[in-house]
Design a protein around this ligand. Structure first.
Ligand SMILES: Nc1ncnc2c1ncn2[C@@H]1O[C@H](COP(=O)(O)OP(=O)(O)OP(=O)(O)O)[C@@H](O)[C@H]1O
Ligand SMILES: [Mg+2]
Length: 240
């Protein structure tokens, strides 16, 4: 078995308290291994985005543990957690979330530069990541001068730059047409085949078919893990 890159154990997330408390996650345990792409599916409000933000250290669980490459994020101070995020975790959102005043290459280099990598090296890393997603020729373009699909490729490049081992994507194809969306999933798949662990939140069975495994969230807990069952069989069985 490959190494666990992400391990959530009995994670709870409660927003607010007393009468108004909302249990966004109730005891979720879930592991993603190097080399695999895991799809997370479930109805709206089931906690998918919450799971992803906690996995990426953007939000903290109320209780439970979150390990990324063997480091417990919950035990880290804020500065160390931010550093883990920049070095180990790539995050792709539904919107592209690029900085409009920076070129494609500058957007991709940003997490490297924030991490103290010298700017020449950061730019080389950025160009390599843009090459990997097939748009090296657009390195010096600004986001406003790119199509949605091109912008999302830049966002993927930013999520994989510097060999980050955990790639988290929350409906990354939501704003794209079908063909462009498939292309983005193919890039995620390729990154996982190259050794990263990927977690993909999606509503669509046809997107989950790119994954090795599907995790279903219902009522804020993981109710089913497909394990080694072929994804296609599960989807046909009407789970999704
Ligand atoms: N900051 C917050 N304050 C209060 N409640 C929240 C907050 N963030 C999320 N929630 C609640 O937690 C639950 C899970 O939300 P989450 O966004 O994780 O769901 P989701 O599965 O991603 O839904 P969708 O498919 O619509 O994106 C929901 O009931 C939501 O209203
Ligand atoms: Mg969501």
């Amino acid at each position: 078995m490959n190494a666990a890159v992400l391990r959530l154990s009995d994670v709870h997330r409660v927003h607010g308290d007393g009468e108004a408390a909302v249990h966004a996650l109730r005891g979720v345990s879930f592991t993603a291994y190097a080399g695999e792409l895991v799809a997370v599916m479930g109805p709206s409000g089931s906690g998918k985005s919450t799971l992803l933000t906690i996995a990426g250290g953007l939000d903290q669980p109320t209780s439970g543990s979150v390990e990324v490459e063997g480091t417990d994020l919950v035990g880290l101070g804020q500065a160390d957690r931010a550093r883990m995020r920049r070095t180990s975790v790539g995050y792709v959102f539904q919107g592209f979330n690029l900085v409009p005043a920076l070129t494609a290459a500058e957007n991709v280099a940003l997490p490297r530069e924030l991490d103290g990598v010298r700017s020449g090296k950061a730019r080389r890393d950025a160009l390599a990541a843009l090459e990997e997603v097939g748009i090296a020729d657009l390195a010096d373009r600004f986001p406003d001068d790119m199509s949605g699909g091109q912008q999302q490729r830049v966002a993927i490049a930013r999520a994989i730059v510097g060999e980050r081992r955990l790639v988290l994507a929350d409906e990354p194809t939501g704003a794209l047409d079908t063909e462009t969306g498939e292309e983005i999933l193919r890039l995620l798949r390729a990154r996982c085949d190259a050794g990263a662990a990927g977690v993909l939140v999606t509503h669509e069975a046809r997107h989950a078919a790119w994954a090795d495994r599907v995790v279903f969230l219902r009522d804020r807990v993981v109710v089913d893990e497909s394990g080694s069952a072929p994804v296609d069989d599960l989807l046909e069985a009407g789970h999704a």
